[in-house]
Ligand binder design. Structure first.
Ligand code: SAH
Length: 216
């Protein structure tokens, strides 16, 4: 496979970024990261012509690459700082992980579908992105690698996973779409002490479901 980022791709990406800005994300650091990540390289080749539309698309194994606006919103709500240690649940195509890496974070990402985990782990470093990849159940997080400054869930969760709350630093933030399968509310969960947190809601979205266990 050839990994090309042409002037045409870059132009389309600029337009995508302006669209996201108009839809309400004004954070320049987030927009710069979206402008840098070649989204077309994260998608099935059959969908290449749609890479710079602000839409979610199938990536195989019944999963999707999130809509760029949703990625921008979750990234904005996470308030990423350089050198943040971030846990992502739901590696998928690796696009969200790449955006976080562009912002200077260290990224630990978990995927429960073996096929996606293997595929993304082999492709991403070739595009220049090196998160730490894990095959496992995001409900359990990564107890031996925590605690994390930030945690981002990229699948729709029915509840806040207890183990993830434990692995979040005091003062840390978790961004999690939560609710029934049909639609979820985007929450920011801020951990205020070892036993306390508060949450704010930020609109409704539709994600693929966060499932328990792994696929094998
Ligand atoms: N962040 C991805 C979005 C992928 S969609 C991207 O940028 O492309 C959500 C992903 O979450 C799917 O790949 C799905 O398999 C995964 N997922 C669902 N439940 C999970 C769990 N319990 N642990 C880890 N990954 C999970």
């Amino acid at each position: 496979m050839e990994f090309q980022d042409t002037l045409r791709h870059q132009g389309l990406r600029k337009r995508l970024v302006e669209g996201i800005r108009i839809k309400g994300i004004k954070d320049e650091k987030v927009l710069d990261a979206i402008a840098k990540v070649p989204r077309h390289l994260f998608m099935d080749s059959s969908f290449l012509q749609f890479a710079y539309k602000d839409q979610a698309f199938p990536i195989g194994a019944g999963q999707t690459i999130s809509q760029p606006f949703t990625v921008a919103m979750q990234t904005f709500l996470l308030q990423v700082e350089r050198h943040d240690k971030i846990l992502e649940v739901g590696t998928g195509s690796g696009y969200q992980a790449a955006v976080l890496l562009e912002m200077g974070a260290t990224v630990y990402t978990i995927e429960r579908q073996r096929e996606l985990y293997l595929k993304t782990q082999s492709i991403l470093p070739q595009i220049g992105y090196n998160p730490k990849f894990f095959y496992g159940d995001g409900y359990k997080g990564l107890p031996t690698y925590g605690p994390f400054d930030k945690i981002i869930i990229t699948a729709g969760a029915p509840v806040i996973p207890e183990d993830l709350l434990t692995q979040l630093k005091v003062g840390g933030r978790m961004v999690i779409p939560m609710g029934p399968r049909e639609k979820q509310t985007m929450y920011v969960v801020v951990k205020t002490s070892e036993t306390e947190y508060y949450k704010e809601s930020h609109g409704t979205y539709v994600f693929v479901p966060m499932l328990k266990g792994t696929d094998k």
